[in-house]
Design a protein around this ligand. Structure first.
Ligand SMILES: C[S@@+](CC[C@H](N)C(=O)[O-])C[C@H]1O[C@@H](n2cnc3c(N)ncnc32)[C@H](O)[C@@H]1O
Length: 238
């Protein structure tokens, strides 16, 4: 249900739009790798917009992957890997690496390795497409907690204002608590994310803001779809 809220829906749409940008330039069916794929919704949305040669889905929960495999069976050959997305490796490259609502589930000390993993398996002209929520900037633990409170407070207000399902709003409230406690939800600010990208030798090709909290303008805070490419990869023309 939380995946059906306006900003999650915005992320699926933006990632699907980015994938059409990649396809316009590459002109071949995509080999998709979906990291932290859950039930495969992101791959499904991309497959509605670009031809898919294969879909490889990674998640640490085998039950969601079973559901994803059933959901995607008619679309393309599907491979599922139950395990840790951070240590995933492959001898074949992927054209589109999807990581929607994935990076914030990876603990901070493993985030750079997560991005490096994506970088290590992306095709030479491939794209890494993330959907994320970034906190307002902070410089200390107390500021981090204030940032979490401000971000989620405004997000919950926005969800209620739009009349989203009460159960979905409850899930977001629970996420706020997890994030505040530093358990299971490890959201960071846009500037921390950019530092992690630089360490993983990735750069931002495009970013699309879906929603931002009050005062978030210019800070990167909010719900953002991001197209990353390895540093030094030729810029795509599309
Ligand atoms: C919010 S869901 C992802 C949603 C999905 N990408 C989509 O677009 O619909 C987060 C998923 O990350 C998975 N996960 C968390 N940590 C992981 C890890 N280290 N390796 C693989 N999967 C992980 C969880 O099992 C969960 O299914």
């Amino acid at each position: 249900m939380a995946q059906a809220t306006f900003n999650e829906e915005g992320l699926y749409q933006a990632i699907a739009d980015f994938s059409t940008g990649w396809y316009a330039s590459a002109d071949r069916p995509a080999r998709i790798l979906d990291l932290c794929a859950a039930t495969g919704l992101c791959t499904l949305r991309v497959s509605e917009r670009v031809p898919v040669a294969s879909a490889t889905l990674v998640d640490c929960d085998s039950r969601v992957l079973d559901c994803a495999a059933r959901r995607l069976a008619a679309i393309a050959p599907v491979e599922t890997h139950t395990g840790d997305a951070v240590t995933f490796s492959s001898s074949v490259p992927y054209d589109l690496i999807l990581a929607n609502s994935a990076y914030h589930h990876i603990p901070d000390h493993r985030k750079i390795d997560f991005l490096r993993t994506a970088c290590s398996v992306v095709a030479e002209d491939g794209a890494i497409l993330l959907g994320e929520h970034f906190l307002p900037p902070y410089k200390s633990k107390p500021e981090f907690r204030a940032s979490v409170q401000s971000f989620y407070g405004q997000m919950v207000d926005e969800l209620e204002r739009r009349g989203e399902e009460a159960q979905a709003v409850d899930v977001i409230r629970r996420s706020a608590l997890y994030c505040w406690l530093g358990e299971y939800e490890f959201k960071v600010s846009w500037s921390v994310f950019l530092r992690h990208c630089a360490s993983a030798r990735l750069q931002v090709e495009r970013a699309q803001k879906i929603w931002e909290p009050y005062g978030g303008h210019g800070t990167g805070a909010g719900t953002v779809a991001v197209w990353l490419r390895p540093r030094g990869q030729p810029v795509l023309r599309c």
